[in-house]
Write a protein that binds this ligand. Structure first.
Ligand code: DAH
Length: 343
C-alpha cells in the first residue's frame, strides 16, 4: 500500500507540475502508455495472490481514471496558457498609422507641354514627333538654310561627327515640318503640332540652356492665309495666358517662312502695364512664325502653286516661365521638390 500511495502521489504531482503540453504527453506515455507503469502493474496482477488481485486491480483502475482526469485538466490549463503566449508573441498592432505613399506629379514643363498640345488638339491638329538626333538635311537644308547661310551660326549646334556624317542634335523642331509633309503629301489640309526637345551650344544661365523644348506648328492647305495664322495664334494665346491676352506681330526673318514674324504676348504678369519681367515694355516675345516658304512646301512634296501654309515655333520653357512668373530657367532642372511641388 505504501508504494501504491507513493506512485499515486508521484504521478499526480508530476502531472500537476508539468510545464508544457509536451511534457504532459511524455507523462501520459510513461504512466498510461502500452509500456507505461500502470499498464505494467496491470499485467503483473497475475503475480499477486488471488485474493489481492481484485483490490489492487480496482486501485490501478481508479488511479488510471484520476490520472486521466488530471492529465486532461492540466492539458487544458497549459494549452490555454500556450495559446495566450502565442497570441501575445504574434500580436500585430493594426492601429499603427501607415506610411502614406506620396503622390507624384507631372513636371511643370510637361504640364505646359500637354496644355499646349490640348489647345491644338481641340483645333483639329495632330501631334507629330521627330528624332532628336537629326540630319543636316532635315534640320537645315530642307528648311531653306544652306550650308553657308548665316542662320546656321545663330543655332550653334552639337554635331555628332563621331556617330555619322551630317548628324547633329536638332536645334529646332522645324525639321518635323519636312518629315511630316514628306510622309503625308499630297494630303490636305495638314494640321500638326510637334512638341519636343531641342539642343543648342549655350552656356546654362537664368535664360539660356543647352537643352530646351519647343512646339512646332504647321498648317498646309489650299487658300491658307496669314489671317488663319493670326486667328489660330490669338486663340492659342487666350487659352494659355487668359482671355485678356493680346498678341503683337513684328516683321522678322526666318529662312523657311516668307513673310515672317516674331510674336509678342501682352505681359501676363502686369497685364501690359510694364513690369520687371517684360522690362517695362508690356510685351514678351513667345514665338516665331510665318507663311511657309514655297521652297519648303516643295521640299515637303507639295505644289506651292496649289497650296499655302503657315508655321510657327514656340519655346515651352519660356511659356512656362511667363505663365508662372519663374525668373530662372535652371529651376526646372534642379529637381528641388520645394520648387516642383508648387505646380
Ligand atoms: N525654328 C525657329 C527657332 O527655333 C522658330 C520658328 C520660327 C519656327 C518661325 C517656325 C517658324 O515654324 O515659322 O528659332
Amino acid at each position: 500500500m505504501e508504494t501504491q500511495r507513493e506512485l499515486e502521489q508521484r504521478a499526480l504531482g508530476e502531472v500537476h507540475s508539468a510545464v508544457d503540453t509536451v511534457e504532459l504527453e511524455r507523462l501520459r506515455v510513461r504512466y498510461l502508455g502500452k509500456k507505461g507503469e500502470l499498464t505494467a502493474r496491470l499485467r503483473s496482477l497475475g503475480e499477486l495472490e488471488p485474493d489481492q488481485r481484485p483490490e489492487v486491480g480496482r486501485w490501478i483502475n481508479e488511479l488510471r481514471r484520476s490520472l486521466e482526469e488530471a492529465l486532461q485538466e492540466r492539458r487544458r490549463e497549459l494549452a490555454a496558457r500556450e495559446e495566450a503566449s502565442r497570441l501575445q508573441a504574434e500580436t500585430l498592432d493594426v492601429t499603427l498609422p501607415g506610411v502614406p505613399p506620396s503622390w507624384g506629379r507631372r513636371h511643370p514643363l510637361r504640364q505646359v507641354w500637354e496644355e499646349i498640345e490640348d489647345v491644338f488638339l481641340r483645333l483639329g491638329f495632330d501631334v507629330a514627333e521627330g528624332p532628336e538626333v537629326e540630319t543636316e538635311y532635315f534640320n537645315f537644308e530642307a528648311l531653306n538654310i544652306p550650308a553657308d547661310h548665316p542662320a546656321r551660326d545663330m543655332q550653334d549646334s552639337f554635331y555628332l561627327h563621331g556617330v555619322g556624317p551630317g548628324l547633329l542634335l536638332r536645334t529646332q523642331t522645324s525639321p518635323v515640318q519636312i518629315r511630316y509633309m514628306q510622309q503625308e503629301a499630297p494630303r490636305t489640309p495638314l494640321r500638326m503640332v510637334a512638341p519636343g526637345r531641342v539642343y543648342r551650344r549655350d552656356q546654362l544661365d537664368a535664360s539660356h540652356s543647352p537643352v530646351f523644348h519647343q512646339v512646332e506648328g504647321l498648317v498646309v492647305g489650299p487658300g491658307v492665309s496669314l489671317a488663319d495664322l493670326k486667328g489660330v495664334l490669338s486663340l492659342f494665346a487666350r487659352e494659355i495666358f487668359g482671355p485678356a491676352a493680346k498678341l503683337r506681330f513684328r516683321p522678322s526673318y526666318f529662312p523657311f517662312t516668307e513673310p515672317s514674324a516674331e510674336v509678342d504676348v501682352s505681359c501676363p504678369l502686369c497685364g501690359g502695364r510694364g513690369c520687371r519681367t517684360c522690362s517695362g515694355s508690356g510685351w514678351l516675345e513667345i514665338l516665331g512664325c510665318g507663311m511657309v516658304h514655297p521652297r519648303v512646301l516643295r521640299e515637303g512634296g507639295y505644289d506651292s502653286e496649289e497650296v499655302a501654309g503657315f508655321a510657327f515655333g514656340m519655346g515651352i520653357d519660356r511659356i512656362a516661365m511667363l505663365r508662372y512668373g519663374i525668373d530662372d530657367l535652371r529651376l526646372f532642372t534642379q529637381n528641388d521638390l520645394r520648387f516642383l511641388r508648387q505646380f
